[in-house]
Design a protein around this ligand. Structure first.
Ligand SMILES: NC(=O)NCCC(=O)O
Length: 367
């Protein structure tokens, strides 16, 4: 344990379960370990972050060759204190992420995704505008877009949004997608800072499959995952920032359930650490004013459409989770369970259109 925080649920199982039972628990819960190159393991240890590798194998088919893809999920602390100059904080995050992404490249990762608003502290608890709005950048032309890869940022325009920028392996910006659901819970005062997204449920065709980004709070909305899947997403990333006291019991379930329900892979990523802010703020719950949001518990993981998942990264350390997926599993599970084929979408659409009307009368039979 680091301080009073549990390091990881999986380590707790390892420490306390008898060997035979642990084997069964791992078989039921997790994919298989993936061997990673020694140079990557050494670099991760020198750079002080956790590196884990897992794989999900699909059945060998007669006509379709395997569609193997490696994804890399990055979770990290902020580097500098939250009162350091804005540009120093951004540059420090760029260089930390740079050293983790170099290791992802050593591991043959094809698609890398970072945590929500990874260039900044999660300062939206404070409700102060300055200096936090200064972290917003142009999605097309900001420093961070020029930096590299597929990532998630705070977008500046005349309107501000919480935006994921997707950069292709050609180096070109493929597009952007904005956070659809803005939380109104606890200290997540994000509605003070940016608007609900208006980019719908965009899916990006990459050389390594069709990907989508369901940003943080969107993971509580099954229809949000569903719409990305309806548009053909094969892997849905969920870059997040969430704290233990609020959401940890839900964390292991939501992305996993979405992978099952939508015949796709899902990748849930959460930041780590406790971020301190100079001015204290209240949570509107009658409790004393405080300077931090609580502990961001990491635990990033990948879930597969057959219901299995990778173990989570640590609850306390920076980390890179490398997972090899065979996208053929999506089709195989879809052929087996046929959720997409058996879904009564036309009926749902009709009933939903009625349910959102102001004169909607719920269909309840009474005696
Ligand atoms: N960043 C964000 O949307 N957090 C909301 C809390 C949660 O979804 O657990």
């Amino acid at each position: 344990m680091a301080g009073c925080e549990l390091d990881s649920l999986e380590e707790t199982l390892e420490t306390h379960l008898p060997e035979a039972e642990l084997r069964e628990v791992k078989r039921i819960l997790f994919g298989k370990k993936l061997d990673l190159p020694a140079c990557a393991v050494d670099a991760a240890s020198e750079r002080n972050f956790e590196l884990k590798g897992y794989k999900f194998e699909a059945t060998q088919e007669q006509l379709r060759p395997p569609r193997k893809v490696r994804v890399g999920l990055v979770q990290n602390h902020i580097v500098l204190p939250t009162d350091a100059p804005v540009l120093d904080q951004i540059n420090a995050m760029h260089s930390r992420i740079g050293e983790i992404v170099e290791v992802a490249a050593m591991c043959g990762v094809n698609i890398v995704c970072f945590q929500e608003t990874w260039t900044m502290p999660f300062a939206f608890c404070t409700r102060e505008k300055e200096p936090w709005t200064e972290f917003a950048e142009s999605a097309e032309d900001g420093n961070t877009t020029h930096f590299f890869s597929e990532h998630e940022c705070y977008e500046q325009h005349s309107t501000l949004w919480n935006t994921a920028v997707v950069i292709s392996n050609s180096g070109n910006m493929l597009g952007k997608t904005r956070k659809n659901h803005i939380p109104r819970i606890g200290d997540f005062n994000e509605s003070t800072y940016y608007m609900e997204g208006n980019t719908g449920h965009t899916v990006f065709q990459t050389q390594f499959g069709r990907i989508a980004v369901n940003i943080c709070y969107g993971r509580h909305h099954p229809l949000n995952w569903f719409m990305y899947s309806m548009n053909g997403a094969e892997i849905i990333f969920n870059p997040s920032a969430t704290v233990g006291a609020l959401s940890e019991p839900m964390w292991a379930i939501e992305a996993r359930n979405a992978a099952i329900a939508n015949h796709c892979f899902t990748c849930a990523i959460n930041r780590v650490g406790t971020e301190h802010f100079k001015s204290e703020f209240t949570s509107g719950d009658g409790k004393k004013a405080h300077h931090d949001f609580g502990h961001f518990y990491g635990s990033s993981y990948v879930a597969a459409p057959d219901g299995s998942r990778s173990p989570g990264l640590s609850r306390t350390r920076d980390g890179l989770l490398v997972v090899e997926l065979d996208l053929n599993m999506n089709r195989q599970i879809s052929d087996k369970w046929s959720f997409k084929m058996t879904g009564r979408y036309a009926e749902y659409a009709e009933e939903l259109s009625a349910a959102v009307r102001h004169d909607f009368k719920p269909n309840i039979v009474k005696e």
